[in-house]
Ligand binder design. Structure first.
Ligand code: ADP
Ligand code: MG
Length: 297
């Protein structure tokens, strides 16, 4: 019997997140794979007597709909094939690390400066004056301040002047963060592209009239979009460089509508993009995984 384990976050409550696992389970069922959905709060992976142990050996693979990097690492160490792979999840989880990994591959991205590491909440922000001047010189205003770990647009901010920049820097000082050139022509507008097994599967335009962030969760509206070849090529390149089985890539519009990669989600929700594009993302992902595991050439 073909068996799969779908792991979701231990605290998962969001409907879009729970729905994701059920949709995949249904599609695996059609392919003759029995998929169990479990919360990632069980002892799927642990280290006992210095060695990785996993009780899930009777599963053929794990679809990992979580970002817990410790369990994904332990699952792989115990010999399990995890979709996405641990390294890809780890790199995508941290926006600065994603940026570093993608750099040097001819992929257009907004100019980005890492935030300084601060251990002390009491340290005055003026200690970072050289960095502030560098940001103003290289990025200008408005500029984007982003926490390295975050999703759904929740930890992405915009500074219009030095006062706002200092306030935001104070706010994120002790967290991993970065500064980015704001792609002004793309304000409230970007493209979400789903790539599975190295190929673009579908895309949508996301537009917000109320926010510079176009996330659906913040009121952005998904619309059908005819993906230009340049966007397709850059999306597939990103997935290849990061060795992602599955991802959702956010792409901004440059001055001449050229694609600029904003960020990569290893765990992108597919509910909205399925209804906008009419493409069955869950079926495509399940089939890709099935072929990878059971139809090895
Ligand atoms: N450099 C930028 N220039 C213009 N808009 C941006 C930039 N970075 C992010 N955004 C907007 O903010 C949204 C959220 O940023 P993103 O990096 O995708 O973080 P999240 O993981 O929270 O979705 C993007 O979809 C985009 O609309
Ligand atoms: Mg995003």
């Amino acid at each position: 019997m073909k068996k799969a384990l779908i792991l979701i976050n231990a605290y998962a409550r969001l409907k879009s997140s729970l729905n994701q696992s059920v949709r995949l389970q249904e599609e695996f069922e059609k392919l003759g794979v029995k998929a169990d959905i479990k919360k990632n709060n069980i002892d799927t992976a642990m280290i006992i007597k210095g060695a990785p142990v996993s009780f899930i050996k009777d599963y053929d693979f794990v679809v990992y709909l979580d970002k817990d990097k410790y369990v994904s690492a332990l699952l792989e160490k115990a010999g399990m094939r995890v979709f996405n792979r641990h390294d890809a999840i780890r790199v995508c989880d941290d926006k600065m690390n994603t940026h570093i990994r993608l750099s040097g591959h001819g992929i257009n991205m907004p100019d980005t400066i890492p935030g300084l590491l601060c251990y002390n909440k009491e340290a005055p922000i003026t200690e970072a004056m050289e960095r502030i001047e560098l940001i103003e010189d290289q990025l200008g205003y408005p500029c984007i301040v982003k926490e390295s770990y975050g999703s759904l647009g929740q930890h992405v901010y915009c500074a219009n002047n030095r006062e706002e920049l200092l306030e935001l820097m104070e706010q994120v000082k002790c967290k991993a963060h970065l500064f980015q050139k704001m792609i002004v022509g793309s304000k409230g507008r970007d493209v979400r592209v789903i790539v599975i097994g190295g190929k673009v599967v579908c895309s949508m335009l996301r537009v917000s009239d109320t926010d510079f962030r176009s996330n659906i969760e913040l009121g952005g509206i998904g619309q059908p979009f005819d993906l230009p070849q340049s966007f397709k090529e850059i999306a597939e390149k990103v997935a290849e460089v990061l060795s992602l089985d599955y991802c959702g890539i956010d792409i901004l519009f440059g001055e001449n509508a050229e694609p600029i990669v904003c960020e990569v989600n290893s765990n992108a929700f597919f509910g909205a993009i399925e209804s906008v594009s009419g493409i069955n993302v869950a079926a495509t992902y399940a089939k890709y995984i099935y072929d990878t595991i059971y139809n090895k050439k």
